[in-house]
Ligand binder design. Structure first.
Ligand code: NAP
Ligand code: MG
Length: 494
């Protein structure tokens, strides 16, 4: 398919884009959408058109379900070792092509190149981890308590899975679902975010090259998400939905999934608290805040959204964080030395600006940043807010941008109460050199993951996921494989 490319005629960007498929991947073939509609993919640093990809319609979604369903029997019977070796090969191909894939992410998502390289390493690792897990879908056997029989439990692939992913980690959110699904013996239809379909399509091509059989991985970009995903979930051949995105859309998908009782895994929004106690190592806490806040320009569900800092350390912490935020370099993500790219689109940038303006109207002060710059691209400056009042919206809503609101607290109990005062519960961070306090507070925080003196928790070998309205289920670790397996119990007499 010919893509329209009007941006970037330099630096090999045209060549890079020319190598990326722009059709839907269905049954091993790249196809235009059934009604020939296209999605414009834009560069957030300039607003320029990068490419146009197929915009799948309801019929395309259902055709992909047919392809996945037709491929299921053979794939689920493929030896686990063989499935694992294909995933291992996909890990190797992604790793070899890190630079091209990272540049592609920068182009369509906007993040700075170092963040994009980090994402590819993380994303590829899901294929390696699940290549190893493919041979560990271990069952159980036990003697019934009565002694009369045996209880045998097999783990079987759940079936055709629909995977829906967001734009903020266009590679990692796809591999975190495709890896365990294929390891378990499931076949999939991926619907990537409309802002960032190119990365998903490039990964689709890599999976085919790695030896994934036709129909095992299907990719249907679509702007008509509600209709296309809804139709797939109403098709009785679909047995699983795994979604990463906003809590609002997650609630809607759970409602749809309930009608056909489709198994659902949900990785939803976050509102992570970042607690710094007086006894923290100041340098470590500031380094951690920079990572937890600024990785991916703040566009992460795990981003530190609210910084609660104890009164004794607050002045030094605020000064050091302001200095570090002020030192960052904003610009188009491919430019050397840039560590803060633009936000993904105008709507996201405006939302960040509104949250900052609301906090300032209610009495907060920006010690750095705080104003939308003029010029092209969806940039917002690294910003630190102090004196943020309780009723500021920025403490309630996901910021998804480079803004760090600081709230000062006095006691441990007060900090825990403020941290837990949210419908979300994905991740929380705390810095203290008193390990007893660290573990006590970790137990009291209502979240699926904790970073204790550590600002990066994401790890393909660990169970990632939230409590409360941050989601259902876990991705990564051994838990990630179990999300795609059903237990079958055989009552057995011999
Ligand atoms: P979003 O609007 O919920 O979109 C996510 C995905 O769902 C996209 O592919 C989107 O397609 C699709 N979608 C939208 N409406 C849909 C509908 N009615 N039915 C089916 N699919 C639909 O989320 P976003 O704003 O793009 O992404 C940011 C959100 O993701 C944040 O809330 C963030 O916290 C969350 N997130 C969570 C995790 C986690 O692991 N917990 C990780 C990363 C991000 P279109 O692009 O075509 O609209
Ligand atoms: Mg969206």
């Amino acid at each position: 398919m010919a893509a329209t490319r009007t941006a970037h005629d330099s630096d090999g960007v045209m060549e890079l884009l020319a190598g990326v498929p722009t059709g839907m991947l269905i049954g091993g073939t790249w196809l235009p959408s059934g009604d020939d509609r296209l999605i414009d993919v834009l560069d957030p640093a300039t607003g320029a058109l990068l490419a146009q990809v197929a915009d799948g319609c309801v019929d395309d979604g259902l055709r992909a379900v047919t392809a996945a369903s037709d491929a299921l029997a053979a794939w689920s019977k493929t030896a686990p070792r063989a499935r694992g070796e294909i995933l291992r090969r996909a890990f190797e191909l992604m790793t070899e092509r890190t630079e091209d894939l990272a540049r592609l992410i920068v182009l369509e998502n906007g993040k700075a190149l170092p963040d994009a390289r980090g994402e590819i390493a993380y994303a590829a690792e899901f294929f390696r981890w699940f290549s190893e897990e493919a041979v560990r879908a271990v069952g159980d056997i036990q003697t019934a308590p009565s002694g009369a029989n045996r209880i045998l439990v097999l783990r079987q692939p759940i079936g055709v899975a629909v995977l829906v992913t967001p734009w903020n980690f266009p590679a990692a959110m796809a591999t975190r679902k495709i890896g365990p699904a294929l390891a378990a013996g499931c076949t999939v239809i991926l619907k990537p975010a409309s802002e960032t379909p190119l990365t998903a399509l490039a990964i689709g091509a890599i999976l085919m090259e790695a030896g994934v059989p036709d129909g095992v991985v299907n990719i249907v970009p679509s702007k008509r998400s509600g209709a296309v995903v809804g139709a797939m979930l109403h098709d009785p051949r679909v047995r699983k939905i795994s979604f990463t995105g906003s809590t609002e859309v997650g609630r809607r998908l759970l409602a749809t999934a309930s009608q056909a009782v489709v198994n659902a895994s949900m990785e939803l929004g976050g509102n992570a608290p970042f607690l710094v106690f007086d006894d923290a190592d100041l340098q470590a806490a500031v380094d951690g805040a920079m990572i937890a806040k600024m990785r991916n320009c703040g566009e992460a569900c795990t981003a530190a959204n609210r910084l609660y800092v104890q009164a004794g350390i607050a002045p030094a912490f605020t000064a050091a964080l302001t200095h570090r935020m002020n030192d960052l370099t904003s610009g188009p993500g491919l430019e050397p030395g840039v560590n803060v790219g633009p936000l993904v689109n105008e709507e996201s940038r405006d939302k960040v600006a509104e949250l900052v303006d609301d906090a300032i109207d209610k009495g907060a002060t920006a010690t750095t940043g705080g104003q939308t710059p003029d010029g092209t691209g969806w940039f917002y400056p690294p910003t630190v807010l102090t004196g943020v009042p309780d009723d500021a919206l920025i403490l309630r809503e996901e910021i998804f941008g480079p803004v760090a609101p600081i709230v000062v607290f006095d006691t441990e109990d007060e900090a825990i109460a403020m941290a837990n005062d949210t419908e979300y519960g994905l991740v929380a961070y705390l810095y203290t050199q008193d390990l007893a306090r660290g573990l006590r507070v970790s137990e009291a925080l209502e979240s699926g993951m904790i970073g204790l003196n550590r600002a990066l928790v994401s790890d393909p070998a660990a169970p990632f996921g939230g409590v409360k309205q941050s989601g259902l289920g876990r991705e990564g670790g051994h838990d990630g494989l179990l999300e795609y397996l059903e237990s079958k119990y055989i009552a057995l007499t011999w």
